[in-house]
Design a protein around this ligand. Structure first.
Ligand SMILES: Cc1ncc(COP(=O)(O)O)c(C=O)c1O
Length: 422
């Protein structure tokens, strides 16, 4: 590991929590160079919904490369992109009667968020965007302005402005009533409030601590946006792509966001891709090439991503996600009761979390998980939430073994924490 410590920037983060060198990965397991196997409950921060090295995607990518398929194409037309678009429209949009234009940009979530903010500001001619406490939208300056986390915001070095902050539904002061009151305030003449360009919201906050918004809360936000001609932007970058038991985290709620930001899991294989779904009437405000990105033609991701969409042509995977998600929630509920320390369980589908109320305790538990062969990442305010996001395709055996390790690590972490405090 010396080579990393000597040469790599001090900014490196996750490797400090997982101090080993990984050499290979398959399904829900990662193997380090000493041959130690780890169950992955972190899945590349939500990228690897379909696991490591999915055999069908790998075969499709190898076949594409062997046929000298175009690998890099900016935003030129390629056969790989056509196949991805065709399949996305057939499998995701048409069954939901959704009419959106697909916009590709630089292949990261933060790029998708920047593009959405730009388009909303263009369409409305306004600047102010409403975002929520604990929201996480990325690290570039526009997205960072919408991100709430103080540690990340402090690194900006310039003012992060043009954003108005509200508490998320489960935060102090948050809820439907607050949104309705805000709407009334906006409607008042001389309220002094700048009209909004957009509302940027994660239907399920992932990095912010797995906070699940209700349909009523999201509907109130939609009303607030549309009552003043602002755009409703859903950031489904981490909770989308099947994570919650349906393709979008807000499926079935009867909501109509104007822009949907996707990234992470849409490349399927772990290779990068980002894509916004823009309502056509708003997409028409873009001029050609106005928001570029050298790597917005990720053909390997188009090939694997098209293959990943097969998982949504029937209900097999999504019903397994619901079953496994319920199993995870049950296990966490039982641990919360057993330890009886005011722990809270939150989640939907296979994004489940245990809020242990203390960042130091969560960090200790995550270390005990790692020592026992389980990868898990703390998130939320002060890092006090242990988020479980295994690949959706994890086997029942690996899921059960991971949950057993988690239970042992939690007990050991609580014990160590108690000793440290006494
Ligand atoms: C909801 C959400 N939005 C945006 C981002 C930023 O994505 P990226 O790190 O690919 O820029 C993330 C990353 O964790 C995220 O979870």
């Amino acid at each position: 590991m010396e080579i990393f410590e000597r040469w790599e920037s001090g900014i490196r983060g996750y490797c400090r929590a997982y101090p080993t060198v990984f050499a290979s990965a398959s399904g829900a397991r990662q193997i380090d160079e000493d041959g130690r196997s780890y169950i992955d409950f972190f899945a590349g921060a939500g990228v690897l919904n379909f696991g490591h090295n999915d055999p069908r995607m790998k075969a499709a990518v190898i076949e594409y490369l062997q046929a000298d398929g175009v690998v890099h194409s900016l935003d030129m037309y390629t056969t790989a992109k056509r196949r991805f678009i065709e399949r996305f429209v057939e499998v995701i949009l048409k069954p939901r009667a959704m009419d959106y234009r697909l916009q590709f940009m630089g292949p990261t979530g933060t790029n998708a968020v920047e593009a959405a903010l730009k388009l909303a500001r263009r369409v409305t001619g306004r600047r102010t965007v409403l975002a929520a406490s604990n929201g996480f939208h990325g690290m570039t300056l526009g997205a960072l302005a919408c991100t709430a986390n103080e540690y990340f915001r402090n690194a900006a070095g310039v003012p992060l402005d043009n954003v108005m902050r509200i508490p998320f539904e489960n935060a102090a002061g948050g809820g439907v009533r607050m949104i309705r009151e805000l709407q009334a305030a906006f409607a008042m003449a001389s309220s002094g409030l700048e009209p909004l360009a957009a509302i940027m919201i994660e239907p399920i906050q992932a990095e912010g601590g797995v906070n699940v918004a209700s349909r009523e809360f999201l509907l109130a936000l939609q009303d607030l946006a549309h009552s003043q001609g602002a755009l409703l932007i859903f950031d489904d970058i981490q909770a989308g792509c099947g994570r919650t038991g349906s393709y979008f985290s807000f499926d079935g709620m009867g909501l109509s966001p104007d822009i949907i930001c996707l990234a992470k899991g849409i490349g399927g294989f772990g290779t990068p891709m980002a894509m916004n779904l823009n309502k056509p009437e708003y997409d028409a405000h873009w001029s050609p090439g106005e928001h570029t990105g050298t790597f917005r033609g990720q053909d390997i991701s188009f090939v694997a991503g098209a293959e990943a969409l097969r998982y949504f042509t029937d209900d097999v995977l999504m019903s397994a996600v619901k079953t496994k998600g319920a199993r995870m929630a049950e296990a966490l509920q039982s641990l919360a009761q057993q330890h009886g320390q005011g722990f809270a369980v939150r989640g939907k589908g296979m994004m489940q979390a245990l809020d242990v109320g203390d960042g130091a305790l969560a960090k200790t538990v995550a270390r005990h998980c790692f020592e026992r062969g389980l990868l898990i990442g703390p998130c939320g305010c002060g890092g006090r939430v242990l988020k479980l996001i295994p690949p959706l395709v994890i086997s029942d055996a690996d899921l059960d073994e991971g949950l057993t390790i988690f239970a042992a690590a939690l007990a050991a972490g609580i014990e160590e924490h108690r000793h440290a405090q006494s």
